[in-house]
Design a protein around this ligand. Structure first.
Ligand SMILES: Cc1ncc(COP(=O)(O)O)c(C=O)c1O
Length: 409
């Protein structure tokens, strides 16, 4: 028996972690600027998170979908504290992908329509429907062919896919939605900052316009906050930057802080519209274990001021990257919000980004590089300290200038 590698794996075995650092089997430390797969927002081995996990496993992990548990109620109380009052119905699940699937099921059940509007370059998960809606699934032969998808141009104003320049008149990239016949579109699903698309931060007013247009065409607005939610962008939820309230909110990654917990949150109105139509049961739906972890993570983030810290240290990181950009001609763009940052290289340097990432890894810094967007991406734990950011910025600068000595390819 061997592991089937369905994606690329590093030839490194990690054996333990503490704070923002992980160590390999040979004892080499790495500063993890990705928080695992953007999940370990409390870093590794946060004592309060460990205590919550250990005590809950010993008490009650799973009870079966037919029973309720105090820990789930506890999670709902904590979620109430950080959400707008209208979003007061929730289901706890495990992964972001399945939460997206449930959100879309809810939208279909509530509206009875069948067209979904998505943003190009978006990513909504690895399950067949979510992936088929995502850019990453467009060419995959094994996915269902989705006929009714309205694909809206990505709001990347510096390289507008419509050839316009910002500020443009209104949001022409959303015109297809404005023109949609009322009653045809089930849902508009969007990531407030596109993570897999290369850390694309839409311009001010974009979320508000989406909110208005979703209402105009009778669709539900689904804020897909698997990556941006729970503090990543410096607010509890990224939709808050636009002062809007979605009809459905999808939460993943950070809410488990390293364990598989996700949630779909919606309004009483959506619940009422789904009454008698929607049925959804999964083995690990509303587990006491998930409830305990979610409640503990919210409490830790609140009591340790980590959302505010993500805002402050995120700005510090972005300032450092922009200062570097001012001295490095082959950085084309620096983008981000909170502790979610992207550094896009000039197109003729895109291949060298692979070397930059590898050299950083060799020097003990875990970052991500997407050759197809030429973007290095960073999603550090919220507990990252300023000296750790400085250490990364110094290593990044040295690596960039060293690799940059080679001519562009
Ligand atoms: C925006 C977004 N949605 C959905 C997912 C899927 O979440 P999961 O991998 O937990 O299923 C991801 C994962 O990276 C994501 O970034």
């Amino acid at each position: 028996m061997r592991l089937w590698q369905t994606h690329v794996l590093e030839d490194i075995t990690l054996v333990r972690g503490a704070g923002c650092t992980v160590w390999d089997a040979a004892g080499k430390p790495y500063l993890d600027l990705l928080a695992g797969t953007w999940c370990n927002v409390l870093g590794y081995g946060h004592p309060r998170w460990v205590a919550a996990v250990q005590s809950q496993v010993g008490k009650l992990a799973h009870v079966g979908a037919a029973f309720s548990a105090d820990e789930v109620e506890e999670a709902l109380v904590k979620l109430r504290e950080i959400l707008p009052p209208a979003l007061d119905r929730a289901v706890l699940l495990n992964t972001g992908s399945e939460a997206v699937e449930l959100a879309l099921k809810m939208a279909r059940a509530a509206t009875g329509a069948d067209e979904v509007a998505v943003i190009e370059q978006g990513y909504y998960g690895a399950t067949t429907y979510a992936l088929a809606l995502s850019e990453a699934g467009r060419a995959a032969s094994y996915l269902p062919h989705l006929g009714h998808v309205l694909r809206l141009p990505v709001p990347m104003c510096r390289r507008c896919p419509m050839g316009l320049s910002w500020p443009c008149d209104g949001f022409p990239c959303l015109d297809a939605l404005a023109d949609a016949e009322p009653g045809h579109v089930v849902a508009v699903i969007y990531e407030p900052v596109l993570g897999a698309g290369g850390i694309i931060v839409p311009p001010p007013g974009y979320g508000t316009r989406l909110r208005d247009l979703a209402t105009h065409c009778g669709a539900l607005l689904i804020a897909e906050e698997v990556t941006t939610g729970m503090g990543r962008t410096g607010r509890w939820f990224a939709f808050e930057h636009d002062a809007i309230v979605p009809d459905i909110l999808v939460i993943g990654k950070a809410i488990g802080a390293g364990l598989p917990v996700s949630a779909v949150v919606t309004t009483g109105e959506v619940e009422a519209r789904c009454q008698g139509v929607l049925r959804h049961v999964q083995s690990h739906q509303n587990d006491p274990f998930s409830g305990r972890i979610a409640a503990a993570v919210v409490a830790i983030l609140q009591e340790e001021g980590l959302v505010e810290q993500a805002a402050g240290h995120g700005a510090y990181l972005l300032d450092g990257l922009r200062e570097l950009q001012s001295r490095c001609a082959w950085i084309w763009d620096v983008r981000g919000q909170g502790l979610m940052a992207g550094v896009e290289l000039e197109p003729d340097r895109a291949a060298q980004g692979v070397t930059v990432r590898q050299r950083l890894l060799d020097s003990g810094f875990i970052v991500d590089y997407q050759p197809h967007t030429a973007t290095l991406r960073l999603f550090p734990p919220y507990i990252i300290a300023a000296p750790e950011i400085d250490r990364f910025l110094t290593a990044f600068e040295e690596t960039l200038f060293d690799v940059g000595k080679a001519s562009p390819v």
